[in-house]
Design a protein around this ligand. Structure first.
Ligand code: ADP
Ligand code: ZN
Length: 624
């Protein structure tokens, strides 16, 4: 993951690894030894020189009497003396006794002697020295332990005192593994917008010669999984420059100032390696709008953002550092980030269209051993709304399925099945469902399919199944459009609501009961009806008026009503009216097709899963 080319950093790492292998105990032992050794080092008198022999007091006196003692020092607790015998000198010491005659004896023998009083150490100095050494030892031990922690728990565990204010020289460079624009399928507009940056990195002179400044940064905006990271990597791969990657959330640290330090560090490294790409994922985590409200602001995040802004202002576009950032909530970004000279380019990376999905499927299927005639177009048609990441996942699931079933190549069937797995979860073959419930489910699903098939302008039925799925679906009807729909007319939307009510309508007609199985249908129908009224201006009552604003369009699209409670009440009434009408229409369609409903439901109960063709075949028999 990290760049291996950076030898300096690597050596430094190796050195640190040496500390890592020392157990904690070793440091404690060293510290304790130091604590005991320091007094000896400071006061050499405590040491005993090796050439001094110890003897008893009697021997000392006899030496004195023999006249061999040349010199004596009378200390507090002992007597140190020197004798000279056969021209050789020898130092001795002996413990001191209460001996009033000693001075006289020494004097008589003509020995040079003196009484040595212990020197009083300067009390202030002594305290300072002992305190100083203790602190020194503590700091040294602390330093090594923190070093070790950092190495053990990775750079994020920067717990040591030395790690404040610097981010442990973390290396953000990531290998792009030869990813180029070829790996990114579809997204032609985004690729085109980024090609200029690639060209600039290849050939900066061309731009500086004419005096042009390239944008310092581009903001990739789109829903999750659409390939924003992939595009940024591809830019680095195409230009063959280092790729610095960090996620916005990595900047958000516990301590104020650490995030800002990381930003500084990142840009320092980037400048050393320029030309290069710096990619900041999820920039909204640090780039959120700042609120000027006193204490409520998040200091740490603001400091980080300010640091980022000043780093971006601090270099010229021609330095060769290009910043790419990705976000799926562009509306929440601080306007300061979007000012000219910062992220002044905005590159939309939208969900892939039909052609895009087909291309993405092909790119990911390339690496897989597969049946040659797979109809990618059919699969792309069945996966409207899927992101690049979803499609990549589907292909992988399909390959896994082939392996699970002991085959050596992936087939169309595998992909179709994995599409359903991604949409609805795995089949629950051993789920226990009573015969009565199975009947209810079968009629419910055929109800949807029949209502869809008997209306104009609704997508053809592709498959009906009553095999339960792990997502909780007990059965479902899959409709696949012949072609991609970009616009939906009022009639199409209404027909869709009718189809959604078709399941419940069949239950009511056949069994005369309502079950909980329709909850998802009801939810979808309500959402659609509401959108028709509040956003698409499709109701007679309200007309061409927007009453709802969609926030974060890329993440599920939360919406907020912008109307008074009274209007809200009227909207709710209108929604009810639309769904009521749809429900009535569905009931009528089913009543007219009762024979077909029974026959297809029976067939489905036998087979569990039927295709669109089988369905149409039976239905067509009942055409007048
Ligand atoms: P984002 O950063 O937009 O959330 P990523 O770039 O991380 O999405 O995409 C996740 C994965 O989805 C990629 O690694 C890739 O396998 C697949 N993918 C997404 N979009 C595409 C695409 N246009 N072409 C090929 N693969 C794609
Ligand atoms: Zn249903």
């Amino acid at each position: 993951m990290f760049d291996k080319k950076n030898d300096n950093k690597k050596n430094k790492k190796d050195n640190n690894n040496k500390f890592k292998s020392w157990p904690l105990l070793v440091y404690y032992v060293i510290a304790i030894i130091l604590i005991f050794a320091v007094p000896f080092i400071i006061n050499p008198r405590l040491q005993k020189a090796p050439d001094i022999k110890t003897t008893d007091y009697g021997t000392f006196l006899s030496y004195v009497d023999k006249g061999v003692v040349t010199k004596a020092e009378i200390l507090d607790k002992k007597v140190a003396f020197e004798i000279e015998k056969d021209g050789k000198k020898q130092k001795y010491e002996t413990s001191k006794l209460e001996d009033p005659t000693l001075v006289e004896r020494l004097h008589n023998e003509g020995v040079k002697f003196e009484r040595i009083y212990p020197t009083e150490p300067n009390p202030v100095l002594a305290t300072l020295i002992s305190m100083g050494t203790t602190i020194l030892i503590l700091v040294v031990v602390w330093y090594f332990i923190s070093k070790m922690m950092v190495k053990r728990f990775g750079d994020e565990g920067g717990v040591g005192p030395m790690s404040f204010g610097k981010s442990n020289a973390k290396i953000y460079v990531k290998s792009t593994d030869g990813i180029t624009f070829e790996n990114v399928a579809g997204q032609d507009e985004a690729k085109e917008a980024l090609t200029e940056i690639v060209d600039f990195l290849h050939n900066p002179k061309k731009y500086s010669d004419i005096g042009a400044k390239l944008p310092k940064g581009a903001l990739l905006v789109g829903p999750p999984g659409t390939g924003k990271t992939l595009l940024a990597q591809a830019v680095a791969g195409e230009a063959d420059v280092p790729f610095f990657s960090i996620s916005g959330s990595e900047f958000v640290e516990m301590f104020v100032g650490l995030g800002a330090a990381k930003v500084r560090d990142l840009f320092k490294q980037a400048h050393e390696k320029a030309p290069c790409i710096v990619f900041i994922d999820e920039i909204d985590t640090i780039g959120k709008k700042r609120d000027g409200a006193g204490f409520s602001g998040n200091d740490e995040r603001e400091q980080t953002l300010n640091q980022l802004l000043s780093e971006m202002d601090g270099f010229e576009g021609n330095d060769g550092v290009v910043i790419l950032a990705a976000t799926n909530r562009p509306e929440s970004l601080d306007p300061a980030l979007l000012r000219p000279g910062r992220f002044d380019r905005r590159v939309p990376v939208e969900l892939p269209d039909l052609a895009g999905r087909e291309a993405i499927l092909k790119v990911h299927a390339k690496k897989i051993v597969k049946d040659e005639d797979i109809d990618y177009n059919a699969i792309a048609r069945a996966t409207a709304g899927a992101s690049g990441a979803d499609l990549a996942n589907m292909i992988n699931e399909a390959a896994l399925r082939a392996v699970r079933e002991g085959r050596h190549e992936m087939t169309q069937r595998d992909i179709e099945e994995s599409v359903e797995v991604v949409i609805a979860g795995y089949e629950r073959k051993n789920a226990v469902i009573s015969p009565n419930e199975r009947r209810t489910i079968a009629y419910h699903e055929v109800g949807h399919a029949l209502v869809a098939a008997r209306q104009t302008q609704s997508a053809p039925v592709h498959k009906i199944t009553i095999i339960p799925r792990t997502s909780g679906a007990l059965g479902y009807t899959m409709q696949v459009d012949e072609e991609e729909k970009v616009l939906m007319s009022k009639e199409e939307l209404f027909n869709k609501i009718v189809t959604l009510t078709g399941g419940r309508s069949a239950e009511e007609l056949i069994f005369g009961v309502k079950t909980s199985g329709a909850s998802n249908d009801i939810e979808q129908a309500t959402k659609l009806a509401k959108a028709m009224i509040t956003r698409f201006g499709m109701s007679d009552e309200f007309g061409f008026v927007a009453m709802e604003a969609v926030t974060n369009q890329y993440l599920g699209g939360d919406s907020t009503l912008m109307v008074s409670p009274e209007t809200q009440y009227l909207i709710d009434k209108e929604v009810q009216k639309v769904i009521e009408e749809a429900h009535e229409k569905a009931i009528n369609i089913l009543k007219e097709n009762m024979d077909a409903l029974h026959e297809i439901a029976d067939y489905l109960l036998q087979k569990e899963t039927i295709t669109g063709e089988e369905f149409m075949e039976i239905l067509n028999k009942h055409n007048d």
